[in-house]
Design a binder for this molecule. Structure first.
Ligand SMILES: NC(=O)c1ccc[n+]([C@@H]2O[C@H](COP(=O)([O-])OP(=O)(O)OC[C@H]3O[C@@H](n4cnc5c(N)ncnc54)[C@H](O)[C@@H]3O)[C@@H](O)[C@H]2O)c1
Length: 176
């Protein structure tokens, strides 16, 4: 299997990478080295099936590609540690909580989605439609949601690597 580990140069991520490479899987890590260290994975660099990106997990272009390639993802990138959190709470919130967001216009019949999913904001639109900002955990998640919503949803804004792709694939099913 191909695994993606964000925060792969950290404590848990690097041990997980060891385990997966050791059993013959492929591992890609993304780590901005904010608290982790490349030394944690230095021994893996020559291993077949291992690759690493020193980059931020908020880099949507890169993450979009890597998430697509992987069979499974471990999202361990996080601002960890009491001192770090106290010193820079905004950074902590941005790193740990903020992720890809998408803005959907939802028809009145799709109001259930607002109750069911992690909504950032809801604004009223025309004819009972609502403009809803949602956190997106990944492309498959968004695709499943759009499939459930069908013509009751329009993607109006989102990560260029995620939302429009997913939207056009799903909406094509309704066109046919
Ligand atoms: N260590 C534990 O005992 C423990 C226990 C329970 C849960 N956890 C959770 O597991 C996760 C990982 O913990 P850890 O102990 O390995 O922490 P860690 O600090 O060793 O690892 C986190 C890694 O994420 C990287 N990182 C931070 N922000 C990033 C970003 N924006 N983009 C890319 N990389 C980024 C850091 O450089 C670091 O390598 C955290 O969510 C933590 O809360 C840890």
């Amino acid at each position: 299997m191909d695994y993606l580990i964000t925060g792969g140069a950290g404590f848990i991520g690097s041990h997980l990478a060891d385990l997966l490479i050791g059993r013959g899987d492929s591992v890609t890590i993304v780590d901005n080295l904010s608290t982790g260290s490349i030394r944690n994975v230095a021994h893996l660099r020559q291993q077949p099936g291992f690759r690493y990106y020193i980059d931020d997990a908020a880099n949507r272009g890169l993450m979009g590609e890597l998430v697509d390639e992987a069979d499974a993802n471990f999202h361990l990138a996080a601002a960890v540690g009491v001192e770090l959190i106290v010193k820079d709470p905004v950074h902590t919130i941005q790193t740990n909580i903020r992720c890809t967001e998408v803005v959907l216009e939802l028809a009145p019949g799709a109001a259930w989605a607002i109750e069911e999913y992690p909504v950032v904001s809801v604004r009223p639109g025309r004819q009972g439609w609502r403009k809803v900002t949602l956190r997106v955990a990944g492309k498959p998640w968004l695709e499943r949601l759009l499939l459930r919503l069908g013509p009751d949803a329009r993607v109006v804004k989102g990560d260029p690597g995620t939302a429009p792709d997913a939207a056009s694939r799903i909406l094509a099913r309704y066109d046919g």
